[in-house]
Ligand binder design. Structure first.
Ligand SMILES: OC[C@@H]1[C@H](O)[C@H](O)[C@@H](O)CN1C(=S)Nc1ccc(F)cc1
Length: 400
């Protein structure tokens, strides 16, 4: 969507995967979906350096709502759990230098059964603008996917008409794919800043692997759709929760960087362990994810559990890209797998060679030519993430 927003993939914190639809603030006040939770996460985004690393949006997901609209037909937050109301919460988030996101559903109800927007598209768009919303996630439960080709652009039209810039996140394709309809990505990327095209992420390595397989097996369709202002959305980062090992967490962060995906953490920032925090704040990996070219990477090799993924990035020298290369080990046979490949075989053909460094270990490989071989040891369910920065010919001389 060409609204000047999401020129790089959005970054922030989204409640759903970690906090779900926990509305029991009586027995579980620390973890229920409440204004308190989002204020705490906003505070930590700033205090713990996530904002400085680029994470900007605090996004409310399902279950924030009262069960009914107000007397004027407007959406309202659950009064017990959000006593100050959404506008005050958004103001608080803004006071921290952050942006605020909210969730609704193109349907009669949200997936969890709260009021949907059908029949109230203009009213709800205006309500969100009045509240100071900066990002809207529009889900697709309880509606007919065939209606979405008209419905999603229509709500985007009303959002735009408010005059308030709001990132528009659409679940449009995934619901059409579920119902056997081929998504029209030309329409989708024209109407949305990002879109979900695969299953909800769950707290497991198995879930991450199913996304990796989908993004690899369908890359010829989805990779060309990505670019500044319009991104494929493989769903939230689950790093720091319960289901991923340290290696698997580095793998998720690496793949989301290769894919130019939104980086939307869904984790309890109050308890996250430091080694997982370091993965989420890794500046070099985030720089790849946020590369200004906005070119989504592809799987270029897959055999016996070893995959190699390549994303073109800046700087570029006379049409030769730099690259981020991820060596992913899907095997679980205990010992790290050694992977050796000639740079030229990876598509690295720049005559001046490349400066190579490891984005997790900072290991410096110096300057390598297209003819040089690179050898890495990749841990089971882990990844090695190398950046190949084009070197101009003269740079090579001092290394001879
Ligand atoms: O209720 C909202 C929740 C989250 O927003 C996810 O990101 C959305 O993809 C949808 N969603 C859920 S759980 N959707 C859903 C998941 C399973 C199911 F059988 C019916 C609906």
């Amino acid at each position: 969507l060409d609204n000047g927003l999401a020129r790089t993939p959005p970054m922030g914190w989204l409640a759903w995967e970690r906090f779900r639809c926990n509305t029991d603030c009586v027995n579980d006040p620390e973890n229920c979906i409440s204004e308190r939770l989002f204020m705490q996460m906003a505070d930590l985004l700033v205090k713990d350096g996530y904002k400085a690393a680029g994470y900007e949006y605090i996004i409310v997901d399902d279950c924030w709502l009262a069960k009914t609209r107000d007397s004027k037909g407007r959406l309202q937050a659950d009064p017990e759990r959000f006593p100050s109301g959404i506008k005050v919460l958004a103001d608080y988030v803004h006071s921290k230098g952050l942006k605020f996101g909210i969730y609704e559903d193109y349907g009669n109800y949200t997936c969890a059964g709260y009021p949907g927007i059908l029949g109230y598209l203009e009213t709800d768009a205006n309500t969100f603008a009045e509240w100071g919303v900066d990002y809207v996630k529009l889900d697709g439960c309880y509606s007919h996917p065939i209606d979405m080709d008209q419905g999603y652009p229509e709500f985007g039209y009303h959002l735009n008409l408010t005059g308030r810039p709001m990132i528009y996140s659409c679940s449009w394709p995934v619901y059409q794919i579920y119902s056997g309809i081929e998504p029209n990505y030309t329409a989708i990327k024209g109407a949305c800043n990002l879109w979900r095209n695969f299953d909800d992420i769950q707290d497991s390595w198995q879930s991450i692997q199913s996304v990796i397989d989908y993004y690899g097996d369908n890359q010829d369709i989805i990779v060309p759709q990505a670019g500044p202002g319009h991104w494929n959305d493989p769903d939230m980062l689950i790093i720091g929760n319960f289901g991923l090992s340290y290696e698997q967490s580095k793998s998720q962060m690496a793949m989301w960087a290769i894919w130019a995906s939104p980086l939307l953490m869904s984790v309890d920032l109050r308890t996250i362990r430091n080694d997982y925090k370091a993965i989420l704040k890794n500046k070099k990996i985030i720089a790849v994810n946020q590369d200004i070219l906005g070119i989504q990477g592809r799987r270029i090799y897959k055999d016996r559990g070893i995959e190699i993924w390549a994303r073109p990035i800046t700087p570029v020298i006379r049409n030769d890209f730099s690259y981020c290369i991820a060596f992913l080990n899907r095997r679980t046979d205990g010992t790290p797998s050694e992977v050796s490949v000639i740079n030229r075989e990876l598509g690295l053909t720049h005559a001046g060679g490349y400066r190579v460094d490891d984005l997790y270990t900072d290991k410096d490989y110096g300057i390598l030519s297209p003819e040089d071989k690179i050898t890495v040891d990749v841990n089971p369910s882990g990844v090695v993430m190398l950046r190949f920065t084009v070197a101009s010919a003269f740079q090579k001389a001092p290394y001879l």
